[in-house]
Write a protein that binds this ligand. Structure first.
Ligand SMILES: *Cc1c(COP(=O)(O)O)cnc(C)c1O
Length: 399
């Protein structure tokens, strides 16, 4: 299994750099700076220190005994990214990119955000490094995610409303790419998942690979062997790529990526780019995405804001085609049920995104059998989702 893309950023036929000519020099410059940084012991030492002392790494690997009993089969271990500073894995990536920005002499970070989680993680890193921070966010998302807008503003970021299109994440990402063209000299564009033009997909995977590196050492220490299966949710695909990356070469470790099936794939209201999408170009890379017959990008739907993205990182498209990773999907309803299970049985409120991975474990645990060892990547905590869950339950009681 090849782990690095070719010189132009292709994973098989996917990835690449489908961007305006004006952005090419900036992407090439970024790629070179990234390559040098990851080979520099001083950069890696500083990154490691910040992840340890500031973000709270390593995150624990927890054996969920009561959940294991309830699901009636495989031994279930949770990689606790929910315990990271700011409550999810996103901080691993924004700290890495901010440190790189500092090394490149940039004074400003900019980012797009959908639900606001990546915006908050970027604004946090900007505060830590004393940088200015501009966040692009659709007006519809600003309305739905007011607390995260406040968090970003308290952290010193400026939030720019994006009114174009459906005023959601894909529009914010397009607008952020346009704005970057005008300011690339002093501004570093922080992308929040393994998406976008080369080198972002491999760079973000590299910064998230700490999840897999830790999980591998932790499971070997606890069980004396490699896991049979790893399950992670897939929005753009960064938490999944991060944990999968340490196990790609172990053919016996089955890797499972879980997309959001929303109301069900047949309804069209979902976010399953691999499961029900087609090949196209979005945000500078070729991959699977949700589009209509005219190639217009469709809106995704998921109860979980972090999975609500109409594309997926190009490396996932490659893993899907080569069958190294098996992709499946879980509905809103099944994710909510898994949210309930973990909360009641273990006293851990999982993010709705991570609840999709838990729901997939629920489906598979019995058939895997009691000797099997499964790691579920618990990508974040659920406190951010409580209002959303209450609203969903209310709506469903009414219908
Ligand atoms: C953003 C987010 C995701 C989805 O992003 P990926 O890039 O697919 O990891 C998953 N879980 C949580 C908690 C998130 O905040």
């Amino acid at each position: 299994m090849k782990q690095e893309p070719d010189a132009l950023g292709h994973f098989g036929p996917y990835g690449g750099r489908y961007v305006a000519e004006t952005l090419m020099p900036a992407l090439i410059n970024l790629e070179q700076a990234f390559r040098q940084a990851v080979q520099d012991p001083a950069f890696n030492k500083r990154l490691h220190e910040i992840l340890r002392d500031y973000a709270g790494r390593p995150s624990p690997l927890y054996f969920a005994e009561r959940l294991t009993k309830a699901y009636g089969g495989a031994r279930l271990y949770l990689k606790r990214e929910d315990l990271c500073h700011t409550g999810a894995h996103k901080i691993n990536n924004t700290i890495g990119q901010a440190l790189l920005a500092q090394r490149m002499g940039k004074q400003r970070l900019m980012a797009e955000t959908g639900a606001g989680q990546h915006g908050v993680a970027t604004a946090t890193a900007a505060a830590l490094f004393g940088m200015a921070c501009d966040i692009f966010m659709g007006t519809e998302d600003i309305r739905r995610q007011a607390p995260n807008v406040q968090r970003m503003q308290f952290l010193g970021a400026t939030v720019y409303p994006v009114r174009s299109g459906t005023a959601t994440l894909k529009d914010a990402m397009s607008e952020a790419m346009r704005a970057w063209v005008a300011r690339v000299d002093d501004t570093f564009y922080v992308i929040g998942s393994v998406a976008g033009p080369h080198p972002y997909p491999s760079m973000v995977r590299t910064f998230q690979s700490v999840i897999g590196t830790e999980a591998r050492a932790q499971i070997l220490k606890k069980t004396g062997r490699l896991p049979d299966m790893i399950i992670a949710c897939v929005g753009g695909g960064s938490n999944a790529a991060g944990i999968f990356s340490a196990f790609l070469k172990d053919a016996k470790v089955r890797l499972v990526g879980v997309e959001a099936a929303g109301f069900g794939l047949k309804t069209g209201l979902h976010a399953a780019s691999i499961g029900a999408g087609s090949i196209g170009i979005l945000h500078g890379a070729k991959s699977y995405l949700l589009q209509d017959d005219d190639g217009q990008v469709r809106n995704a739907h998921s109860i979980s804001a972090g999975l609500d993205y109409p594309g997926v990182g190009p490396e996932h498209a490659y893993w899907a085609d080569t069958h190294r990773v098996k992709y499946c999907s879980v509905t809103d309803a099944a994710a909510l049920r898994a949210f309930d299970d973990l909360t009641r049985l273990e006293g851990i409120l999982p993010a709705l995104e991570a609840s999709h991975a838990l729901a997939e474990a629920r489906k598979r645990a019995r058939a895997l059998g009691r000797k099997a060892v499964v790691i579920i990547n618990l990508s974040g905590r659920g406190d951010k989702d409580l209002d959303n869950i209450v609203a969903y339950q209310k709506k469903h009681r009414e219908h």
